[in-house]
Design a protein around this ligand. Sequence first.
Ligand code: BES
Ligand code: ZN
Length: 645
Amino acid sequence: MTMSRLSPADPNSYSRPDQVVVSSIHLNWDVDFPSKIISGTATLTVDRKQDDAVHLILDTRDLTIKSVKDEETGQVLQYTLGEPHPNFGSELKIALSSDAKKQLKVQIEYETSASSSALQWLAPEQTAGKQHPYVFSQCQAIHCRSLVPCQDTPTVKMPYTAEVSAPSELVVLMSALREGQQEKGNRKVFRFRQPVPMPSYLIAIAVGALESRKIGPRSLVWSEKELVEKAEYEFSETETMLKTAEELCGDYVWGQYDLLILPPSFPYGGMENPCLTFVTPTLLAGDRSLADVIAHEITHSWTGNLVTNSNWQDFWLNEGFTKFIYKVEVMQGGKSIWRKREKLREWFLYDLEWESEYHPNLRDSLKYQNDSVISKFLMPSILLQYIRTRGEKDSLTCLVPDLTGVDPDDAFSIVPYEKGHTLLWYLETLVGGPDEFEPFLKAYLDKFKYQSITSDTFRSFLFEFFVDKKKVFDAVDWQAWWHTPGMPPVKPEFDDSLAVACKDLCKRWVEWDITKDCPFRKEDLNNMSANQIREWLAQMLEEEPMPVRKLEKMDELYSMSSRNNSEIKFRWLRLGLKAHWNDQADEALKFVTEQGRMKFLRPIYRDLYEWKDMRKQAVSTYEANKSSMMHVAAYVVAKDLHLNE
Ligand code: BES
Ligand code: ZN
């Protein structure tokens, strides 16, 4: 076997799109639940970029390649499969026919392995309905290669089509437009078409006993039938969010915008798969208080899915931009009556103090902002905490890290989100504010749509757009922003007026001398929204651990233990773990087995690990559950628990 070399343009891919590039994909798949295998063909249309290029180089991971041929001529093509790298998989090197055709169709017959890192297979007992099996994918960042042999780098964009056969009682969904279905014996074949060129990491599939409800003119929400009504209510603001985003970003080009509520083991809050955002069921709070995650995923329809980071080192171009634009959306709200951002404070007070009976319409249109806005405008002290745990010199705390030899799953953190949107915020202040910056954002999206770009391309366009600001931008410490670890070089002024109530209540609990009378009342939380309660708990998590007796009192007064909002529950459990409260340890162990969202799993497992008496139990809980966790979650939690070291 030959040594495989990673691409000079993308340290996480073997592919060489500069030589031969994939320009479209057709998938023909059979989903087999008993063997946990997807088998079939991937037909790649490839264009020779260099006349003397004789190889098509693809990424694969745990795939069994059965044959490779030129689809038009039927000619068998020779290939070699490189040594597998534990994170990056194997290079598949296909020798192209020597007739020097500019374009050809390479058909690869293959199957996935039962342990494909992109797929989570669930037995019927692991689903809400308990009757049927389920499978779903998560390809970002570099897992598509364990589902499709492909150029698994976000630099390459292509449209795709698919035909997928599954047991006829199940529904197949993909990140594409649904083009119909056909019975074939006891199987059903579903057809899909994604006409917009997109990177491989956005290929997605889910198969299960799924139902849908219409929630907007271009939106259905899909889930198992047990959850579908709850989901319909929770995400009913989707169309308002889409319109808000369109006002800022331009037309929505993907046609449909559906949501799929996944089983609890889905490892992320949301994933912006085109035409079909994947969502964790932990957002189903019952009061729409967590639905703002949808606005984030909608925003990716431009930042990420249209203008794409050209490799994972520039990931902030996806997430930092998305977070920045999401904030603008929340503050502007979409309706023309929305105030501009500088008026946020006034707007919020207005919102709190004016009751719906006075202004029913206004109140209505304010709905999706009023509850979610709170924690989003604080200077991210979580960033500070993260950077401290990681170490202020850790190169992965750079906004544009060097990922040579690094798995993007290990690099994933809040840094690209927080540092990234803070940079944009800072640049906005330099050009004079939102009225100047928003036209730039629109122009940027328009200019680079359907492309993949690097941070340098963004910067060049910034200079180009604001011709008269050259001096100002020359003075920006780009080296520090992009390539220096630790906190951002500039701390912007965030308006934290919305968190005053949360901070006050936190301070009072911290300062309460437990030997004195309890000054707290059941009613303390009455006027606080779900997100204010979440923020109040976040504030207390930053303090020294509380005595267990205080937490017991809190629970008695505010019924904290019976709250089901996942963000509140998560922080409440952590507060208990920090205080070494035994009862909460059992609850926390339950919480990490009931759902698999890494944002919740990881800190709780780390807290349990830190608490020496609980360490053993944390590890045994992990060991007992890892087979029902998604690959990426099991992989990172093992590191959090210092296993295999
Ligand atoms: N694209 C990300 C999720 C992701 C990132 C998956 C990297 C795999 C690798 C998605 O848009 C996201 O950021 N989700 C967040 C929610 C958001 C509101 C911050 C999450 O999952 O928590
Ligand atoms: Zn995102």
